[in-house]
Structure formats: structure tokens, C-alpha cells
Design a binder for this molecule. Structure first.
Ligand code: BTN
Length: 265
């Protein structure tokens, strides 16, 4: 499988030579963090056929059935402070949308901050994890992306069926996970090459894909749920929300999750 995925990545992309394939793994993000701590270089890519413990944001799980999804993590070593990487998850979302568009011919939307969506359903998600050094600079960043490729409705667990979709359902055609994984490696490589130098441009593209702004949202933090209107996404990826009492606050994706007032989106 490693060679098939490589054949879908152009020779100009150096990350095709640092690609690790796993038939089964608990979580590509967990393994990527272990490899990063052991010194794996920038651009090390891990891709799995299935994950037994796929993880999402805020401690959630990510359903990762064998052979019908893309489960990928990449290790980055940007030389900067963590504050300069606040937009990383958004940048990865842009890269993921562009990879899906290249393969399926249709561009998904983004539900702030890290969900790829189509219509009202989730197509995939992004989990970014940072390692910080003693000098308070970034030692490594792991960007993990999961995309549902070929699931039909009944392939999803019952509780996800009302809120999950796949590239196949979106485009009406089967989607090869290997082809999409190759496109994703290339688009992540391109994103990384301008991550720090073109933050505003990346965030303008993110804003064009993001469907959350302008809608009424529930902002959930622990047991507390507040209602408001999503106004804008700032250049650091924070969501500006006007709450019912009139106050406007930027909320960060590490702290809160967002629900539409009347459903998932
Ligand atoms: C989310 O939905 O909150 C994020 C989901 C991220 C899933 C991907 S799959 C590859 C990588 N490995 C993981 O365990 N998680 C990410």
C-alpha cells in the first residue's frame, strides 16, 4: 500500500520518501508523537488502513474502519513559538478541502474549527497536537486528518449515521483512500511551505470555506452552554461570537465546541 500511495505523490514532494504505512494502528497521532519525541524529522508522514483508537478533539473518538477512510498524521517542526501556530488547524483544514476537491471534484465546507462537512454532515476532522520545548518554542506539531472515503450510511455506527457522510456519498462515486491520501500529502506539503509566511492568505481561504460564520451557535465549554451568533474567524483561527447578552468574545477551538442551534452544523 505504501508504494501505491507513493505513486500518487509527485516526485517534487519530498514527503513521499518519509511515508510510513500501518495496516492497523491505535492512532496515527499517538504514534507520530512517539516518533517526534524520538527525533523523527519534519515531514514524516504516517498513514493507516485502520485505527483501533482513532482520536478526535476534546477527547472524542474518531471512527476508523478498515480500507474505507484516510487516517493520516504528519510531523512538522516549525521554528516558532506556539502563539505563531494558532492557525495551524485551520491551515490543515484548507489543505484537506483542496485535496478532496482535487480527487472528488467537489469542495467540502468547514465547520469551525476543524470539521470537514458536506451539507449538514461530517466528512472528516483534524486533530492538531503540539510538543513544546523547555525554551517555550515548538518542538514538534502533529497534524492528524481523518476523512471518510467510501462509507455508505450503514458503515457508520448507529449514533453517527444522522451526522456523518463520506466522499463517496458527497460525490456520488467511489473514492480511493490511496489516491486521496496522496493528494492530501501533497496539499499538506504546499500548506506547510507557506504556513508562517502567508498566514493572512491562508486564513482568507479558510474564511471562504467556513460555513459557521453568520449562523446562530451554541458554544459548549464543559457543562456550560451559551448561545450566540458567530461573527467572524480571526487570523489566529479564533471564532468571534456575539453572545445573547451583547458581549463579543473570541473563543478558541482548544476550549470549546460549537453546535448549530438546531443540529450538528
Ligand atoms: C475530530 O473529529 O475532532 C478530529 C478527528 C481527527 C482524526 C484523525 S485520523 C488520523 C489521526 N489519528 C487520530 O487518532 N486522529 C487523527
Amino acid at each position: 500500500m505504501q508504494d501505491i500511495i507513493r505513486s500518487h505523490i509527485s516526485a517534487e514532494c519530498p514527503w513521499r520518501d518519509t511515508l510510513h504505512w500501518y495496516d492497523t494502528i491505535d492512532s496515527t497521532n499517538t504514534r507520530a508523537k512517539e516518533l517526534a519525541k524520538a527525533g523523527a524529522p519534519h515531514g514524516t508522514v504516517l498513514i493507516a488502513g485502520t485505527q483501533t483508537g482513532g482520536r478526535g478533539r476534546l477527547g472524542r473518538s474518531f471512527s476508523s474502519p478498515a480500507g474505507i477512510g484516510v487516517y493520516l498524521s504528519v510531523i512538522l517542526r516549525p521554528q516558532c513559538k506556539p502563539e505563531e501556530l494558532m492557525h495551524l488547524t485551520c491551515a490543515a483544514g484548507v489543505a484537506a478541502c483542496q485535496a478532496v476537491e482535487k480527487i472528488a471534484g467537489i469542495c467540502p465546507d468547514i465547520k469551525w474549527a476543524n470539521d470537514l462537512v458536506w451539507k449538514t454532515k461530517k466528512l472528516g476532522g483534524i486533530l492538531t497536537e503540539l510538543g513544546i520545548g523547555f525554551d517555550r518554542t515548538v518542538e514538534y506539531a502533529v497534524v492528524g486528518i481523518g476523512i471518510n472515503c467510501n462509507q455508505s450510511l450503514e458503515d457508520f455506527p448507529k449514533d453517527l449515521q444522522p451526522i456523518a457522510t463520506s466522499v463517496r456519498q458527497m460525490a456520488g462515486n467511489p473514492c480511493s483512500p490511496a489516491l486521496l491520501a496522496g493528494a492530501l500529502v501533497e496539499s499538506l506539503y504546499q500548506m506547510d511551505s507557506c504556513l508562517l509566511s502567508k498566514q493572512s492568505k491562508i486564513m482568507n481561504t479558510y474564511r471562504a470555506y467556513c460555513i459557521t460564520t453568520g449562523s446562530d451557535v451554541s458554544v459548549v465549554q464543559g457543562d456550560v452552554c451559551r448561545h450566540g451568533t458567530a461573527l467572524e474567524v480571526d487570523d489566529d483561527g479564533g471564532l468571534l461570537v456575539r453572545f445573547a447578552d451583547g458581549t463579543v468574545k473570541a473563543v478558541s477551538s482548544g476550549e470549546v465546541s460549537i453546535r448549530g442551534m438546531y443540529g450538528y452544523v
